[in-house]
Design a protein around this ligand. Structure first.
Ligand code: SF4
Ligand code: SF4
Length: 307
């Protein structure tokens, strides 16, 4: 029986930062079945942290649900099957770890906090970007139909949110430097796997007979491009925004018009990329899930998935 469990930060960081299913390795870091959960007849299983084939991790994994749907065959409801299905498509959501009865509570708590800063910063960034887009578009296109007060609120609100957005990279850097460095390293490292992903995606779109899927590997070329786009377009938006304010104050109409044109052009391309990002990350996945529900309902006349 394993005793005196102590979390090894290096090991757990390595496991949680890898885009592969972490549950089996977290199970092995755990104490396993304890005295209070053993059957009286089976003292020997105390301390055993082997997979129970309960399938909780399989049922909770979003990649499994999207790629193969519900899994009912008993010998495919294990951590090994999970690893084979997920491969390098793991999203590091850690739902499998939290659903596993063989993983220690302390480890589950640890995984819950592991990406907290990253997620909070991402949420702030999403809110800031959506507010900037909403206030910018409304102010640019509908300022004449709005009252002076509403127009002023939108204009100064847009500028205030723009200034506030500087805090996003700072928060990420200040409170989660490990993941900040990890993200930068990933987006600036390109290799043969990116070429494979591009070939695969090309075949998926133009050679349907090859039956290739678009794989959602973490930091695939499209994702890297999105991050690089954000990093390069934000400074342009800042500069063109400030130039518009300064040229407006100096009554220089020609330069004001040019700055506004640059600002609006890059803002439009940013909004289009944002829609694509939201579509791939959420809308496409929700649509697939709804379609699976619909197909199941047509066969079973029930919203419960059956074998
Ligand atoms: S549940 Fe989340 S962390 Fe676990 S294998 Fe699936 S995607 Fe990866
Ligand atoms: S959740 Fe169940 S099937 Fe998955 S690793 Fe844990 S014990 Fe095995």
């Amino acid at each position: 029986m394993k005793t005196g469990f102590k979390l090894n930060n290096l090991h757990s960081h390595f496991v949680l930062d890898e885009a592969r299913s972490p549950v089996a390795r977290f199970r092995l870091l755990s104490k396993g079945i304890n005295d209070n959960t053993r059957l009286l007849e089976s003292d020997r299983i105390v301390g055993d942290s082997a997979c129970l084939a309960c399938g909780n991790c399989i049922d909770n994994c979003p990649v499994v649900r999207l790629n193969v749907g519900r899994v009912f065959i008993q010998n495919q409801r294990t951590s090994m099957a999970l690893e084979n299905i997920v491969e390098e498509e793991c999203r590091r959501c850690y739902r499998c770890v939290n659903a596993c009865p063989q993983v220690n509570k302390s480890l589950k708590e640890y995984t819950l906090g592991f990406r907290r800063v990253e997620k909070i910063v991402h949420l702030i960034a999403a809110l800031v970007i959506i507010s900037l887009a909403a206030t910018g578009v409304t102010h640019s296109h509908y300022s004449e139909t709005l009252g002076a007060m509403e127009g002023g609120v939108l204009k100064y609100g847009h500028r205030a949110i723009g200034i506030f957005s500087i805090i996003i990279p700072y928060l990420y850097y200040r409170y989660d430097i490990c993941h900040f460095r990890r993200t930068l390293k990933k987006i600036f490292t390109w290799g043969s796997q990116d070429l494979d992903w591009l070939r695969n995606t090309y075949a998926h779109i133009f050679r349907a007979q090859q039956d290739k899927k678009i794989l959602r590997h973490e930091f695939n070329p499209a994702q890297k491009f999105w991050y690089l786009f954000v990093l390069s377009v934000f400074p342009i938006l800042y500069l063109s925004g400030w130039s518009s304010i300064l040229f407006g104050a100096a009554d220089n109409d020609i330069l004001l018009l040019k700055s506004k044109m640059v600002h609006m052009l890059f803002a439009l391309s940013f909004d289009l990329m944002l829609f694509t990002h939201v579509y791939i990350k959420y809308v496409r996945e929700w649509s697939k899930n709804i379609y699976q529900q619909y197909k199941n309902y047509r066969v079973t006349k029930s919203f419960v998935f059956k074998n």
